[in-house]
Design a binder for this molecule. Structure first.
Ligand code: B4P
Length: 196
């Protein structure tokens, strides 16, 4: 199984690129953002708890997020691997993920980190907010807080995988197709190495 993490700040194109990568490499999508929004839409206790954080631009507490991951990693018939999109987002989440994978005899193969300027992030998310109906995209101060949370808690995740030499930085500005081609060239190289 191939385990790929797509990493980057809010609005860096993780969800956008994930859609294309899933098809090309036959990966199962694991997006904690989508999972949490699904819980919110169903009004579950987890969804209600998560909404309070998401609406303020804050990360949802680790224990709530880690709880929903294990199940997702179990159901994977017919897939060549997993694409982790927006997870892990804190060092404790990364450690919990490594422990879960170790129990299955697996490990993370590659982290692709999308590099995008803050001005571009803000522009993209405000634009998405015009149509997405997402409460966390409509207000500039909430978006700024999400980016601040990324610097406070999420960049540590890249450091965690850098120490294991698993991170490749990819420029995340330009057309969606150009960025996709850059990511594919990194993934292809890694897959060739993994199968050699
Ligand atoms: P997520 O759903 O993960 O969302 P995101 O960071 O906003 O988005 P993403 O990076 O995927 O968006 P994309 O660039 O594709 O998280 C939402 C919230 O959930 C978090 O703030 C947090 O509260 C919570 N959460 C989720 N996971 C968590 C975890 N593990 N732990 C704790 N809390 C968690 O899209 C952005 C826009 O840019 C789109 O409109 C797109 O069309 C546009 N775009 C993309 N590529 C472009 C390009 N090349 N050029 C121009 N525009 C582009």
């Amino acid at each position: 199984m191939f385990f790929l993490i797509l990493f980057g700040p809010p609005g860096s194109g993780k969800g956008t690129q994930a859609e294309k990568l899933l098809v090309k490499y036959n990966l199962k999508h694991l997006s904690t953002g989508d999972l949490l929004r699904g819980e919110i839409a169903k009004n579950t206790p987890l969804g209600l708890a998560a909404k309070a954080f998401i609406d303020k631009g804050q990360l949802v507490p680790d224990e709530l997020v880690i709880g929903i991951i294990d199940d997702c990693l179990k159901n994977n018939p017919g897939f060549a691997g997993f694409l982790l999109d927006g997870f892990p987002r804190t060092a404790p989440q990364a450690k919990a993920l490594d422990n879960l994978l170790e129990l299955k005899g697996q490990s993370i193969d590659l982290m692709v980190a999308l590099d995008v300027s803050e001005a571009e992030l803000l522009k993209r998310l405000l634009k998405r907010g015009e149509t997405s109906g997402r409460s966390d995209d409509t207000n500039e101060s909430i978006i700024t807080e999400r980016i601040a949370e990324y610097h406070r808690k999420t960049t540590a995740v890249a450091d965690y995988y850098k120490s294991a030499d698993k991170v490749v930085l990819v420029p995340g500005e330009g057309s969606v197709d150009d960025i996709f081609a850059r990511i594919c060239s990194v993934v292809d190289k890694k897959m060739v190495k993994a199968s050699a």
